[in-house]
Ligand binder design. Structure first.
Ligand SMILES: Nc1ncnc2c1ncn2[C@@H]1O[C@H](COP(=O)(O)OP(=O)(O)OP(=O)(O)O)[C@@H](O)[C@H]1O
Ligand SMILES: [Mg+2]
Length: 438
């Protein structure tokens, strides 16, 4: 089996690492990949957005399966194009990918299917949006409709902040077309978690739960980032909540897309808020999360290639996902200044020492080889991932490995997993078994 993974971050390294363990794998390619992915796959120098280039490569090399990591190629229709050319590619079509590409599409569908989510209104006029905000009061959430690299959502705790967001989105048009429509949404209070499912259009299998840390500073303060760390499982997602999410969120979505004549094939990620009033869906993504993938795949017992082939072939009902009864933690090592300005090209030391413990993986996010040295090449540089019996063991092993790493102006959060640690006081191994979806 020849497989191509599209993307170049820590998520794609984790995917490539897991796929490389499959006995059915003959050859693994990654486009464009990074210095870490190069250890398990052959890098192909084609950008993730170069659909024509990728298509040509897949045909030339007779690639059997393509997996897309990031959202942009999916919302741009890479799956439709590759399928039309007879290739096997696992992911949602352009139509189905609107669930992530348009907040208006997602919220409208949730409303239609009675999926629990925050109350909202959609606006195409800044004036009307501002009137609504003035009427509703604060706190309130303003979201641009389209993709905005994680920067299109403002949780406003003051009226001027909410008005400014609307002004920037709709008058100044800082996000271009993505901000032509805006969703103004009720501000929900509670604990967030990520629930990811894989579906062949009919059967849905939920992955273990996870939680990420989006903010740059400890205690979940400061601006949002691509993710500064993650852990799995997320204790806030109890087996009851997991079952509810499967039945009230994932199954209705899968049914709706089938009925619309566009079955949803791929990964579906629900960002949820567990509130005192119950679970609410904050957003959908149509791919695996980053850095959630980095803590999920080390826990997955199944052969990922087998799972992907079954899902791509409409045989997911034959697959049962199994998870190791251990906790997994990811600490993202970033360049100081991220998510704003940061420097690159810094020599990285200690990766092989950090990896000496077999329970530790060091996935690469923004790295490259330069003159025989591993150097930084992005805001998020490395992902240190550790497994253990219980969250405390996982955290202690992971931070021990982090201590072995060094580069100039390296930054990471020291409080990853603090919410899980504060609720998980049970003895290791006594956790209730994770729910298996049907
Ligand atoms: N209704 C809400 N109430 C409170 N907080 C919210 C609400 N909606 C979003 N948020 C906060 O804003 C963050 C980003 O929102 P959302 O996930 O919709 O945006 P996104 O840009 O698609 O994010 P991502 O980059 O993770 O895909 C959420 O993780 C959550 O912390
Ligand atoms: Mg999103």
């Amino acid at each position: 089996m020849k497989v191509l993974v599209i993307g170049s971050g820590g998520r794609e390294h984790a995917i490539a690492w897991k796929l490389s363990q499959s006995p059915r794998l003959e050859k693994l390619y990654a486009a464009p990949g990074n210095a870490g992915i190069a250890e398990v796959a052959q890098l192909v120098d084609i950008a993730a957005k170069d659909q024509a280039g990728l298509l040509k490569f897949c045909k030339k090399e007779s690639v059997d399966l393509v997996l897309v990591g990031p959202e942009a190629p999916l919302t741009e229709g890479i799956v439709d194009r590759f399928e039309k050319e007879g290739l096997t590619i696992f992911g949602p079509t352009k139509f189905a990918a609107q669930l992530e590409g348009s907040k208006v599409f997602a919220k409208t569908m949730m409303k239609k299917l009675s999926i629990p989510t925050g109350e909202f209104e959609v606006f195409t006029s800044a004036e009307k949006a501002m009137d609504y905000v003035a009427k509703k009061g604060i706190p309130i959430v303003v979201k641009v409709d389209g993709l905005a690299g994680g920067k299109g959502v403002v949780v406003a705790h003051s009226l001027p902040k909410a008005m400014e967001a609307i002004h920037l989105d709709m008058v100044k048009k800082v996000f271009g077309k993505a901000g032509e429509k805006v969703v103004v949404e009720e501000c929900l209070e509670g604990e967030e978690a990520s629930v990811i499912g894989i579906t062949d259009g009919t059967t849905v299998r939920l992955f273990a739960s996870s939680q990420d840390h989006k903010r740059i500073f400890e205690g979940d303060h400061g601006p949002n980032t691509g993710g500064m760390g993650a852990y799995s499982p997320a204790p806030v997602v109890t087996p009851e909540i997991e079952k509810e999410i499967l039945e009230k969120v994932f199954m209705p979505i899968a049914r709706e897309f089938r009925e619309l004549g566009h079955p949803f094939k791929g990964f579906l990620y629900a960002g949820i808020m567990v509130t005192p009033q119950g679970v609410r869906v904050l957003e959908f993504n149509v791919r695996l999360g980053d850095p959630e993938t980095q803590v999920l795949l080390p826990r997955l017992k199944n052969d990922l290639l087998e799972v992907l082939l079954a899902a791509a072939g409409g045989r997911l009902s034959e697959v049962k996902l199994e998870w190791k009864d251990e906790d997994c933690v990811c600490v993202v090592i970033a360049s100081q200044g991220y998510p704003e300005e940061y420097e690159t090209g810094k020599k990285i030391a200690g990766v092989s020492t950090a990896r000496e413990n077999p329970d530790i993986q060091v996935f690469h996010a923004g790295t490259k080889q330069k003159d025989g040295h591993l150097v930084t090449a992005g805001g998020r540089v490395l992902n240190v991932v550790g497994s253990g019996r219980g969250i405390f063991e996982a955290l202690s092993k992971t931070y021990h490995a982090v201590d072995k790493l060094f580069f100039d102006k390296m930054y990471y959060r020291k409080d990853i997993g603090y919410k899980a640690a504060s609720v998980s006081r049970r003895a290791p191994g006594t956790r209730a078994p994770e729910h298996q979806s049907t």
